[in-house]
Design a protein around this ligand. Structure first.
Ligand SMILES: NC(=O)c1ccc[n+]([C@@H]2O[C@H](COP(=O)([O-])OP(=O)(O)OC[C@H]3O[C@@H](n4cnc5c(N)ncnc54)[C@H](O)[C@@H]3O)[C@@H](O)[C@H]2O)c1
Length: 328
């Protein structure tokens, strides 16, 4: 089958690199409103350009929406109405209400809808989930997670406008919210504080460039999530799970990886086989589900719940009060 990519920016390029290696994917069609970007993308990945999203949907067996977050709902609804199985980048949408409309459209059309929560496929996060579930540290009681680095920019600086991206809570902390729900079960309450000191445009809900969120779970466990776009030293993610029988910990800076530092920034070089890459695993899992008619790895219901926790955290940061996430 051919796959479609809508949005040929940062994530569109990451996804295209991996689709090319997935068995059964014959080729890629792409669409972007920026013709120069689209042409450069097609040249680089050997993809074919489409004239519009509608044109692309008529050519493909599945579509991958890699657009800025505030556009997810519109393009996903268009894809589902065309009967095309759809993967959408995280966060699933800007609001829970948008997610609900997407779920309803997927159900009505009987078409698969997946959400690209790639952190579930990162080796340490995947293994930490498995070990906690297996009881390696006993009953999990307290979890601390951290994610952050420099602020992303994106096309037209859309990340910096909280009305479009949801700020650091919806865009970044959502990775941890999803991992925590996946691992600990349902979240019952969120309390969040945030600070805005960076370059976030003064528009939309106040979510800041740094957030500290405290989550309570039905199981009785608690979690602290720290998310930052104010760390010029580069990306870092951490996990610490304290359970009745011990502690499990991970710090992406402590791993024995090769790091390179150039004028364009610092990065960890990966020694991973391309088929072990989390993006490859995520996309090949989605393609396999479409080919076999089986459930997608992370469905819209899961995506909606992560947005529900983020929305509660944003409201808490705005009001200073604890908020119960709305999942229904
Ligand atoms: N999973 C991850 O690790 C991860 C990392 C970064 C971003 N993301 C998510 O991926 C999504 C895309 O982020 P990005 O970093 O690729 O953004 P980006 O700004 O780099 O790319 C977005 C692309 O969409 C195009 N575009 C904008 N409006 C359009 C329209 N109306 N029609 C057609 N094309 C349009 C832009 O020209 C651009 O090429 C966001 O939801 C973001 O939160 C996920």
């Amino acid at each position: 089958m051919h796959v479609g990519i809508v949005g040929t920016g940062g994530m569109g390029n990451v996804h295209a690199r991996h689709y090319k290696n997935i068995p059964g994917v014959e080729g890629i069609y792409a669409f972007d409103r920026d013709a120069d970007k689209l042409n450069a993308f097609c040249k680089h990945h050997g993809a074919k350009p489409a004239d519009s999203a509608e044109h692309l949907l008529s050519l493909v067996g599945s579509v991958d929406i890699c657009l800025p977050t505030h556009l997810h709902q519109e393009f996903v609804l268009q894809a589902l109405a065309s009967g095309v199985p759809t993967l959408v980048e995280k966060p699933m949408a800007r609001t829970v209400e948008d997610c609900r409309a997407m779920m309803a459209a997927a159900d009505k059309a009987g078409v698969q809808l997946g959400v690209a929560h790639v952190v579930r496929f990162f080796p340490e996060h995947e293994l930490a989930h498995k070990l906690v579930k297996e009881g390696k540290v006993g009953t999990p009681g307290a979890v601390r997670m951290r994610r952050g680095g420099r602020a992303p920019v994106g096309s037209d600086a859309w990340f910096q406008d909280a009305a479009l991206s949801g700020g650091v809570i919806l865009d970044l902390a959502i990775h941890e919210f999803d991992w925590l729900r996946w691992t600990l079960g349902e979240c019952t309450q969120v309390y969040a504080r945030s600070v805005r000191l960076g370059k976030t445009v003064d528009a939309g809900p106040y979510t800041g460039d740094y957030a500290l969120c405290t989550l309570s779970f039905e199981s009785g466990a608690v979690a602290h999530v720290e998310a930052t776009w104010m760390d010029p030293s580069g990306f870092r993610a951490t996990i610490e799970v304290s359970g009745s029988e011990g502690i499990l910990e991970f710090d992406s800076r402590q791993n024995p990886v090769l790091r390179t530092h150039t004028d364009s920034g610092s990065r960890n070089e990966s020694q991973m086989a391309s088929t072990d890459d989390p993006y490859y695993k995520q996309l090949s899992g989605f393609v396999r589900a479409i080919q076999n008619g089986t459930p997608v790895p992370v469905d819209g219901r899961e995506g909606l719940k992560a947005v529900g926790i983020a929305e509660a955290a944003i409201e808490s940061a705005q009001t200073g009060k604890p908020v119960v996430p709305v999942y229904a």
